[in-house]
Design a protein around this ligand. Structure first.
Ligand code: CBY
Length: 434
């Protein structure tokens, strides 16, 4: 063939390849950045003391969207340094993956921490331990599939070692770990789509070698997970619930080849999230951090693109204005709620707490009333306190047991530290399997 004929052909070939790398992204326009202020204020005004796990989510979010708040970033990076130097062995696999993503984003000097402290090797080990636990405990990882997805994502983006065949074996969409009970976990599915997309891209680019069938299976998995995510879309555009929507958006941005344009109205989802922001729904730093990247058109797959580090939002400063505290009239008054602990039997108490109290306040009051029946323990997570035991009965990842929170028999979508209770409400902590 003559060269002059080859050129247009090459062009055509290139053109037909490009769409598979393109993303459908809808994002908040610059004149609407002001509507994101509450998120930035929440992240800025939180106290990040040693061991605050939300600091990792916040740092990653700020890096991704390219916000130049050096003061806050410096504070957060110091936290990362402390964790990396002092307590890495206590960190779970997914937390370490997030630390790598946060430190590795942008051409920033703290990237060195990743290599100086061999964080990629350590993540490989923690990922391996997750797999070994699955093999020993009936397919249950040490943590969960949200974290395993973060592990694969970080290893993939930072050229760590992982076996593509293992990824194909463990990430089949039918795997029980995508579900809590019969409910598909949108957060988990979304994180898996991001991880699998990264793996798929490195196979296509030839960075990682494998046989054809793995690549084909990964595409099939992504398609099926995207379908499951879209089937959790609500009438108002949220996907799963308020707190999974940002991550679902990220997954849909990178997988637009796998669904039809009409299957998802991104603008509607965006508008609903913006309305919820104005209602103060994303009041915790982790909630704010997890939703922000998607709103600015970013995904976790952008962390190793240098271009994502400075953006139009760079000059979009965080105001030092005081947080708006909502004082409900009569906030000094008391309310009374029904609280119960259910194992096989149900134990009841009527508890009086100040108006505006959170679920945890009710549990503490009940514990004071009767420590044997209502005694409990908790640990800090990036979302706030997580209940680990009640009446000495401990939640276990190996057995897939946990203490479920319910109101009026319905599971809550917030934890004990953030759910505000109402007068006359029937609250329950229930020994459950997921
Ligand atoms: N992050 C993680 O490892 C957590 C992953 C996650 C999928 C997470 C939601 C999503 C996210 N974006 O972080 C997750 N929850 C998991 C895996 C779990 C299980 C934890 C045990 C395990 N195997 O790791 C489990 C037990 C099924 C679970 N979540 C329980 C609960 C309830 C906690 C009750 C308690 N004992 O304190 C609760 C309150 C549900 C209930 N009604 O009982 C719950 N989770 C909620 C509400 C949430 C959301 C928090 C939203 C909020 N505003 O507080 C959540 C975002 C999250 C955190 N869980 Co879980 C999901 C959602 O509603 N969209 C990685 C790590 C590095 O940070």
């Amino acid at each position: 063939m003559k060269q002059s004929h080859q050129l247009p052909l090459m062009g055509l070939l290139l053109f037909s390849l490009i769409p598979s790398q393109l993303c459908e992204i809808c994002e908040v326009s610059e004149e609407n950045y002001i509507r994101l202020k509450p998120l930035l204020n929440t992240m800025d005004q939180s106290k990040y003391t040693r061991g605050t796990s939300s600091s990792v989510d916040v740092l990653l979010s700020l890096q991704l969207v390219g916000i130049q708040n050096q003061n806050l970033k410096q504070k957060l990076i110091q936290q990362m340094e402390y964790i990396v130097k002092r307590r890495l062995s206590q960190v779970s696999s997914g937390e370490l993956a997030l630390i790598i993503l946060a430190l590795g984003a942008c051409r920033n000097p703290d990237k060195n921490l990743i290599y100086d402290y061999h964080l990629i090797d350590k993540l490989e080990n923690k990922f391996q331990a997750e797999i070994e636990n699955m093999e020993a405990h009936n397919g249950n990882p040490l943590t969960n599939y949200y974290q395993l997805s973060l592990d694969v994502l970080a290893l993939c983006l930072f050229n760590g070692n992982y076996s593509t065949t293992k990824v194909v074996n463990y990430f089949t969409p039918e795997n029980k770990n995508y579900y809590f009970g019969s409910q598909f976990s949108v957060d988990t599915g979304a994180m898996a789509v991001l991880a699998l997309t990264c793996v798929k891209r490195s196979l296509i680019n030839g960075q990682v070698k494998t046989d054809e069938s793995n690549l084909k299976n990964i595409s099939i998995y992504i398609k099926s997970l995207v379908e499951k995510i879209l089937s959790e879309k609500k009438e108002n555009g949220l996907i799963g619930n308020t707190f999974s929507t940002g991550e679902a958006m990220q997954a849909l941005f990178v997988s637009s080849d796998y669904y039809h344009e009409n299957d998802w109205n991104c603008q509607q989802t965006l508008n609903t999230v913006l309305t919820e922001i104005s209602q103060g729904v994303f009041r915790t730093p982790t909630a704010a951090a997890q939703v922000l990247p998607a709103l600015m058109g970013k995904t976790f797959l952008d962390v190793n693109k240098d271009s994502s580090c400075v953006s139009a939002a760079g000059n979009f400063s965080i105001s030092t204005q005081e947080p708006i505290t909502v004082t409900t009239p009569g906030s000094q008054s008391s309310i009374s709620v029904n609280y119960s602990v259910r194992i096989n039997e149900t134990y009841f108490a009527n508890v009086t707490v100040p108006n505006g109290s959170v679920f945890l306040g009710v549990m503490e009051k009940a514990q004071k009333m009767n420590d044997t029946i209502f005694g409990f323990t908790m640990e800090e997570s990036s979302w706030g306190p997580y209940i680990t035991s009640v009446q000495g009965l401990w939640a276990s990842n190996n057995d897939r047991t946990y203490w479920e929170l319910l109101s009026g028999g319905k599971p809550l979508s917030q934890g004990v530290g953030s759910y505000i209770v109402h007068d006359g409400e029937n609250l329950e902590v229930r020994w459950s399997k997921y």
